[in-house]
Design a protein around this ligand. Structure first.
Ligand code: PLP
Length: 429
């Protein structure tokens, strides 16, 4: 994909919006209001996606069925609750490039990560190490450290944190490969984010999976910042598992039910250790209430509990929009939109005054990033972020020095990006 010749005039942004084939999807979302009364410039879909305007209708339907049918809604609701999660299976599979058997929506991300590690982190004295990015999302760090300790190993010697080279912010692909090549025989699990939450760096998941498997390691991904952001092809890339949340690019709302992928090659491995619950039990005999767990095939066999229909209803609203908009078209717009944001920020940068005030740490190459740009602001960045937020320009701040912004192709416009860059330049100057 090549970007058009960008221009820093507002007319360029207006023209790009006019020619954007996805522009009408903006109307499908509810924007928070700025103090001025207009819509916020909301560049925070990497943290919490906006509410689909059809969400309330979807929730109302379930509340109505509950009110009118009570427990019978499990079978008689317009969308019967018993198999409700399956309404999301095909669209979820398409979104992450998987077979329907390989995906399920259930629990929350960290819970799913633990469930996956129970099954796929099988340390032995010779092979007990887990590889993560240095500065991986804290919940992932806590989860892997607790899993290591649970198995009687010491995180100090069993956790390998991949660090960028001195003076660099992002990991080099070759460094990841070198590490796997060098220590692969001791590594039980490679667990990386598809996109790093802090830097916005996207990893080459196909290559990491290939290299890891060649050394006999299990490979899993945390796709919290990749699902609904990048085009994913999980089945063909072949990782053993992946987990993601649904409230960022997927707009499922706070605490929405999360996603999980288990590669087909494990679909019928019923002897894998797993923490079990009744919703993962063979649905044909689930209500016989027998004492012995028999897992369902595929990712559904890792379910624990009956899911929250209310949050799934919101996710349905969003996934219908996603499905219609199509990930390929969204990614094409995303590449241009984020390229445009980078272009405008770089227009500010040539001035010596600005180069010392901020820098973009996200990789420049399209394939090494998604929608997000992470801007390092060494001094007073938090105050800048807060000031912009008060003006209705919404990104977010991650300690110690990173301002994250993500123009989301589903609902952000080129004018949003233009307005952001204008206010950012005025505020940082
Ligand atoms: C990369 C990453 N991993 C894990 C989590 C934790 O997700 P949850 O609270 O749904 O378990 C987040 C939350 O923002 C995240 O960004």
């Amino acid at each position: 994909m090549t970007n058009p010749e960008f221009s820093s005039s507002e007319d360029f942004a207006i023209a790009m919006d006019e020619h954007d084939p996805l522009r009408h999807y903006r109307q499908c979302f509810l924007f928070p209001k700025a103090a001025s009364g207009g819509n916020c410039v909301y560049l925070c879909g990497h943290s919490l996606g906006l509410q689909p305007s059809t969400a309330a209708k979807h929730i109302q339907q379930e509340l109505k069925d509950w009110a009118e049918l009570g427990v019978e809604a499990h079978f008689q609701a317009a969308n019967a609750w018993m198999p409700y999660h399956r309404l999301l299976t095909n669209q979820t599979a398409a979104l992450v490039g998987a077979n329907p058997l390989e995906v399920v929506v259930m629990n929350s991300l960290t819970v799913n990560l633990h469930l996956m590690m129970v099954s796929f982190y099988r340390p032995t004295p010779a092979r007990h190490k887990i590889v993560v990015e240095r500065g991986a999302f804290p919940s992932d760090q806590y989860a892997v450290k607790s899993q290591i300790a649970f198995h009687g190993y010491d995180p100090a010697s069993s956790l390998i944190e991949l660090s960028p080279l001195p003076g660099e912010s992002c990991l080099r692909d070759e460094e990841i490969n070198l590490l796997i090549e060098r220590l692969g025989d001791e590594i039980a699990l490679i667990l990386l984010g598809g996109v790093n939450y802090a830097t916005g760096q996207a990893f080459d998941m196909a290559e990491i999976t290939r290299a890891g498997h060649a050394k006999g390691c299990v490979v899993g991904f945390d796709l919290a910042h990749a699902a609904g952001n990048l085009r994913l092809n999980l089945h063909d890339w072949g990782p053993d598992f992946a987990v993601w949340c649904s409230y960022k690019y997927l707009n499922g709302g706070p605490g929405c039910v999360a996603g999980c992928f288990v590669h087909e090659r494990h679909a019928r491995c019923f002897d894998l250790p797993r923490f079990s619950g009744w919703w993962g039990h063979d649905e044909r005999t689930r209500f016989e209430m027998g004492p012995t767990f028999q897992a369902m095939s595929g990712a559904e066999g890792w379910q624990l509990s009956n899911p929250s229909i209310i949050t799934l209803a919101v996710l349905r609203a969003s996934m219908q929009i996603f499905h219609e908009a199509d990930m390929e078209r969204l990614r094409a717009k995303s590449v241009t939109l984020t390229g445009y944001l980078e272009f405008l920020l770089n227009q500010i940068l040539p001035d010596q005054k600005f180069t010392s005030r901020f820098s973009i740490i996200t990789p420049q190459e399209q394939i090494r990033r998604g929608a997000q740009l992470s801007i390092r602001i060494p001094k007073n960045g938090r105050a800048l972020c807060e000031r912009l937020t008060r003006e209705g320009i919404v990104g977010d701040w991650r300690e110690p020095d990173t301002y994250r912004v993500a123009p989301v192709p589903l609902y952000n416009s080129y004018r949003d990006v233009f307005r952001f860059a204008q206010r950012f330049a005025a505020t940082i100057g």
